[in-house]
Ligand binder design. Structure first.
Ligand code: SAM
Ligand code: SF4
Ligand code: SF4
Length: 392
C-alpha cells in the first residue's frame, strides 16, 4: 500500500522576530499566557537528524539523502542552550525534556545534560530533566547520561514484533536493540524517584491503524509489572509530510477497550496539571489499583484536546521558540543571543527574559481544540513544522 506524501514546504526558513520590549518583564516565575496558562515545561530539540525513518514522522520519500538538514553553525551550542534554559527556569519552567530528531545523535550530549542539571531553580525545587529517544543508542549511553544528572527517560517503541517494528522505523532496526537500551536505562537507575521507586521510565507507542494495532496487547503484556509505564499515543497530524488521515487514528478509548478485554483497569488521577497522558492502573483481583502491576497512559491528542492546560514551550535546534506543536512559525531567539540589542549592547539575560515573557504573554495557541472546527482542507493545507525538527 503506498502512502500519500505531501511535498515539504520549508517552514524552517521563516521566523518571527523576537524583540526586547521597552518595559522589562520580571522573572517572578508567574508568567501566564493570554489564556492564563503558565510556562512550566520546556522541550529542547538538540538535532534535526535521526537514524530512523518512522513513516509517521520522517517518511523516506521526503527525508532522503538529498534532504538539507540544518548546518552545524546554525545549531545552538551547549552554552547557548544552557543560557536560554536558565532564563526559562527563572520564568517558571520546572521540567526540561531533550528531544529531536534523535537526541542521542548529538555529540557529547551528556555534557549538555550536566550543564542543565546544574541549573538551580529560584525556589530550590529540583528541575525534572528528561529525554525522549528512539532507544537505538541508549544501551551505550544510559550510564553516562545518568551520571551527568539526567533524571529519567522516555523510549519510543511501536511494537514488539520484529517485522512490524523494522517496517515502522523503515531502516530495518531490530526490536531487541531497543529493548536492550530500555534494560540499560533501568540498570543505570534512570527513572528512579527520590524514594528509589521506578516511576519515571516510560515507553511511548504511537498507534496507527492498519500498522501496529495488533501490538497493543503484546506491548501491555510485556511491560505490565515491570515498573515501566507504557503510554499509547494517538497518531497526530503534526508536520506536513506524513500524509496523515483520520482513518489511521485509533482513538484512545478504543485502546482502553482492547486492553480491558484482557486486563481490568481503573482510572487514576492525573499526576500534575498540564500532564498530557490520562493514567490507568492495572487492577488486582479485588478490582483495586495494584501498584506492583503498574499503570499505562493514553495520550489523546487528536480525540481529546488538552490545550486548556498546555504549559509547554518548544525550543528548536537553531533557537526558535515555538508556542505549539502545530505552529507554523517560531520566534528567533538565536538572533537575540548572537547579536546586540537595539542600543548596540550585548543582549543581557534581562533582555532575553523580557523577550520570552513578552512572547509568552501573547500566546493564544490551541490548535487541537480548534482542529475539529477547521474544514479538513484548511487543516491539512497549513504548512506546519515537522515533528523531527521541533521535537515531540
Ligand atoms: N527520536 C526520538 C523518539 O522517537 O523518541 C525523539 C523525537 S520524536 C519526534 C518524539 C516522539 O514523537 C516519539 O515518541 C514519536 O513516536 C512521536 N511522534 C512522532 N511523530 C508522531 C505523530 N505523527 N503522531 C504521534 N506521535 C508522533
Ligand atoms: Fe526519528 Fe523519533 Fe521521528 Fe522516529 S519519531 S523518525 S525516531 S525523530
Ligand atoms: Fe499545546 Fe498546541 Fe498541543 Fe494544544 S495543540 S496541547 S496548545 S501543543
Amino acid at each position: 500500500m503506498s502512502e500519500r506524501v505531501i511535498p515539504l514546504v520549508d517552514q524552517r526558513l521563516q521566523a518571527l522576530v523576537a524583540t526586547v520590549p521597552a518595559q522589562t518583564i520580571a522573572t517572578h516565575g508567574l508568567l501566564s499566557d493570554s489564556l492564563g496558562r503558565p510556562l512550566h515545561d520546556l522541550r529542547i530539540s538538540v538535532t534535526d537528524r535521526c537514524n530512523f525513518r518512522c513513516n509517521y514522522c520522517m517518511p523516506k520519500a521526503v527525508f532522503d539523502k538529498d534532504y538539507a538538514y540544518l548546518p552545524h553553525s546554525d545549531l545552538l551550542n551547549f552554552e547557548e542552550i544552557t543560557r536560554l534554559a536558565k532564563v526559562f527556569v527563572a520564568h517558571g519552567v520546572r521540567k526540561i525534556r531533550l528531544t529531536g530528531g534523535e537526541p542521542l545523535l548529538r555529540k557529547n550530549l551528556e555534557v549538555l545534560v550536566a550543564q542543565l542539571a546544574n541549573i538551580q531553580t529560584p525556589d530550590g525545587t529540583p528541575l525534572d530533566l528528561t529525554l525522549t529517544t528512539n532507544g537505538s543508542l541508549l544501551a551505550r549511553k544510559a550510564k553516562a547520561l545518568k551520571d551527568a544528572g539526567l533524571n529519567r527517560v522516555t523510549v519510543s517503541l511501536d511494537g514488539l514484533d520484529d517485522a512490524i517494528f523494522r517496517a515502522m522505523n523503515d531502516v530495518d532496526f531490530p526490536v531487541t536493540d531497543v529493548l536492550d537500551g530500555i534494560a540499560a536505562a533501568k540498570d543505570a537507575g534512570l527513572g528512579l524517584d527520590a524514594n528509589g521507586h521506578l516511576t519515571g521510565l516510560k515507553v511511548n507507542m504511537v498507534v496507527k491503524r492498519r500498522t501496529n494495532v495488533d501490538q497493543i496487547l503484546p506491548m501491555a503484556r510485556h511491560f505490565r509489572g515491570s515498573g515501566i509505564t507504557l503510554r499509547f499515543i494517538e497518531y497526530m497530524d503534526v508536520g506536513a509530510t506524513n500524509g496523515w488521515c483520520m482513518d489511521d487514528v485509533l482513538p484512545s478509548n478504543e485502546v482502553i477497550q482492547r486492553l480491558q478485554q484482557e486486563f481490568p483497569l481503573v482510572a487514576l488521577e492525573a499526576s500534575a496539571r498540564g500532564e498530557t497522558a490520562q493514567r490507568w492502573g492495572y487492577a488486582n483481583a479485588a478490582g483495586k489499583f495494584d501498584p506492583d502491576l503498574g499503570e499505562i497512559g493514553v495520550i489523546s491528542s487528536v480525540t481529546q484536546a488538552f490545550c486548556r492546560d498546555c504549559n509547554r514551550a518548544r525550543l528548536s535546534t537553531e533557537g526558535k521558540l515555538y508556542l505549539c506543536l502545530f505552529a507554523t512559525q517560531g520566534y528567533d531567539l538565536r538572533s537575540l543571543l548572537r547579536k546586540s540589542n537595539s542600543s548596540g549592547n550585548p543582549t543581557t539575560d534581562t533582555d532575553l527574559a523580557s523577550a520570552i515573557g513578552h512572547i509568552w504573554h501573547q500566546r493564544d495557541d490551541r490548535y487541537s481544540e480548534l482542529r475539529a472546527s477547521l474544514p479538513v482542507d484548511a487543516a491539512s493545507a497549513v504548512r506546519r513544522v515537522e515533528m523531527s525538527y521541533i521535537g515531540g
